[in-house]
Design a protein around this ligand. Structure first.
Ligand code: ACM
Length: 644
């Protein structure tokens, strides 16, 4: 067995060594602007010399770390005059096509050259080079028997958008400094350049504010619960609140530096005036509601009512716009936040602010009279405009979720459009800057396959839908669309393994939507490159979702019979075979192969499906109750008799 394996392995190695690289054999995500494959490949020498036009760069460190660990070869920095294997060169005269983040990469018989206008371009060129190397380059230990070759190729590459973000919510579940660094390390491989750090919410305030110590003494801690977040039992009054954490200001400085070295900006978010229960638990005087001194940081127990098309708060989790104590509080918060984060924007939230307590508040009624505010949206708009003044007084610009449009947008605010793209279109029409981040394409907390098998969340976003994300809507001035961003809310994400599962591979799809030219996108080729990336992730032990291989169901009423069902089966990945059973046994490739919509045999109560490729199972087996499909089709359930 072992011998056979080795023989195959060696044969594959030789084949790889002699293979003529073609565009098809190269798997770079996001797809470069242009890539011209050559004939042959460059073999790394046993001593790899790197010559660099920049000192102390993360590009060199990344190269050195990977090459040393995986090849076991000697990697040295070339002294001047010494022949080099890899050249990292800053252009003497600026190439305007490449901009600040673009690069030219060439691999030829003479070696590897990356040229860029700025260090960021060299860094991205190195990320591409790592993807050109054999997948074993991702190993942290030496891998023997690999032909360390790079295909001859010429690449010119630069991004479509300057804002290529991933949002990480560290409030619902806290992630340590090291975990956030790991997140940054992964995102830059696919040329993301912005971490939106959701630092405050009802479940935790995660950033030390020295002038307001209770924000983290009280606001960073709740009671640990596991299971379905949002349905937990409320903690008892004397239950220890020791679950959570926060980043000290030194931690934040370290993270900002870590990110900057990798050309990542950090956008801090302080989510106000809604989503503020942690702040109110620390400083109840910021509320308009009596009894706020009894409020506690939420531990995942129900405190909001969500219903189709709306919501209301059961506990008032808002900062009160009519309460003059709120504004000096925010001044203190933003003074420190602005000093910690060099990025030009601060995100001020603005989303999902329940108004039902404001509607009952005398203070709000008086504010409305005094300021001539007609409705609750205008009350929020009044608040947002004051917040903008505070943030601008610290030398920063404001960005907020698209609710900040309601009741009138603050004069200079940028909008992050999440409830679809409508808000973004409206903001752009008003001449404001926009970042597109719609639930429909980029919400990474949503399930990525059928609810019958995925960890439960209230909505689904499949990989192929994420891949169809287009940040610039028709008719909108593209210069106002700064870019886009995918968001990972972490109500249901308790640990980094599941975090990885949720972000990969959908963040590969979004990375390509944000970096690559629109006309370069190809779903079939993206799937091929994603599968090649999975092999790299396996070596790195990064978890990713394989939901793209699973069956997707459509359930419709069969028009030919009033109470019966027509079941469509499909897969995101082209060319998979689907096998199925209605008899409760587990299907394999000897079972019926799906060819056209199915009707349910009389009395069957379960449809089991599985996908195969080239005769081997590739997707997970999904066991779908017929009653569930009936429910989805709007048909009545049929009672299921007990098993004999
Ligand atoms: C959001 O998803 N509430 C911005």
């Amino acid at each position: 067995m072992r011998k056979t394996f080795l023989t195959i392995f060696t044969a594959c190695g030789l084949l790889a060594a002699f293979a003529q690289p073609t565009a098809n054999g190269i798997s770079i995500i996001p797809a470069p602007v242009s890539l011209t494959p050559g004939q042959g490949s460059f073999t790394l020498p046993k001593t790899i010399a790197i010559e660099s036009g920049v000192q102390q760069s993360q590009a060199i460190t990344d190269l050195q770390t990977h090459l040393t660990a995986a090849t076991g070869y000697k990697v040295v920095l070339a002294k001047s005059g010494m022949p080099a294997t890899i050249h990292l060169t800053l252009n003497k005269s600026v190439n305007t096509t490449l901009g600040d983040e673009g690069y030219d990469l060439s691999v030829a018989a003479t070696g590897i050259t990356i040229k860029a206008n700025k260090p960021a371009g060299l860094f991205y060129g190195v990320q591409t080079l790592l993807q050109l190397l054999p997948k074993e380059i991702e190993s942290r230990t030496v891998v023997k028997g690999v032909a360390w070759q790079v295909p001859f190729v010429t690449i010119r590459d630069y991004p479509r958008f300057g804002w290529r973000g991933l949002m990480l919510d560290v409030s619902r579940h806290f992630f340590t400094k090291q975990e956030v660094k790991d997140f940054i390390d992964e995102m830059v491989k696919y040329k993301y350049n912005l971490l939106h750090w959701h630092l405050t919410d009802d479940q935790g305030w995660r950033i030390e504010i020295k002038a307001l110590p209770k924000l983290t003494e009280v606001g960073a801690w709740n009671a640990k619960r596991e299971g379905r977040f949002g349905t937990f039992s409320a903690p008892a009054a004397d239950e220890p609140r020791n679950y959570g954490g926060f980043y000290t200001q030194d931690d934040i400085k370290e993270m900002v530096q870590y990110a900057a070295a990798r050309f990542v900006d950090i956008l801090p978010e302080v989510d106000i005036p809604g989503h503020s229960l942690a702040a109110i638990a620390a400083y109840p005087e910021l509320s308009c509601t009596e009894g706020a001194d009894k409020y506690r940081v939420n531990s995942g127990d129900k405190f909001m009512n969500w219903y189709p098309g709306g919501f209301s708060a059961i506990i008032d989790n808002t900062l009160c716009p009519a309460n003059e104590k709120v504004y000096p509080f925010l001044d203190k918060v933003f003074t420190e936040v602005a000093a910690l984060f060099p990025f030009g924007y601060i995100h001020v939230g603005g989303d999902e602010c329940a108004k039902n307590f404001w509607e009952k508040s005398d203070a709000i009624r008086q504010l409305m009279q005094k300021e001539n505010l007609k409705n609750m949206q205008e009350v929020q708009s009044y608040f947002e405009k004051r917040v903008e003044k505070i943030v601008e007084s610290k030398g920063k610009k404001v960005i907020g979720w698209d609710e900040i449009l309601e009741g009138g947008l603050a004069p200079n605010a940028a909008v992050m459009s999440w409830r679809g793209i409508k808000g973004g279109i409206e903001a752009a029409k008003q001449g404001h800057q926009v970042v597109m981040s719609p639930t429909t394409f980029v919400y990474l907390d949503y399930m990525q396959g059928d609810a019958i098998i995925e960890p439960p969340v209230y909505a689904t976003l499949r990989l192929n839908t994420a891949y169809s994300f287009e940040p610039v809507p028709d008719g909108v001035d593209p210069s106002l669309i700064k870019g886009g961003q995918a968001n990972l809310w972490t109500e249901q994400v308790y640990n980094t393994r599941h975090l990885q599962y949720m972000i990969w591979p959908r963040s590969l799809a979004v990375a390509e939507c944000l970096w690559s030219p629109k006309e370069k996108k190809s779903w079939t080729d993206f799937v091929r490159r994603t599968e090649a990336t999975f092999q790299r992730m396996d070596i790195q032990q990064i978890k990713y979702a394989r939901s793209l291989y699973d069956v997707a169901f459509t359930a419709k009423k069969d028009p030919s019979a009033s109470d019966s069902l027509s079941i469509g089966l499909s897969t995101e990945v082209p060319g998979l075979d689907i096998y199925y059973s209605f008899d409760n046994s587990n299907p394999d490739s000897f079972y019926p192969k799906y060819a056209h919509p199915l009707t349910v045999p009389k009395d069957a109560d379960m449809l089991k499906v599985i996908t195969y490729r080239d005769g081997r199972p590739i997707g997970r087996q999904l066991d779908m109750p017929i009653n569930e499909l009936k429910r989805r089709a709007g048909l009545k359930d049929k009672p299921v008799p007990p098993a004999e």
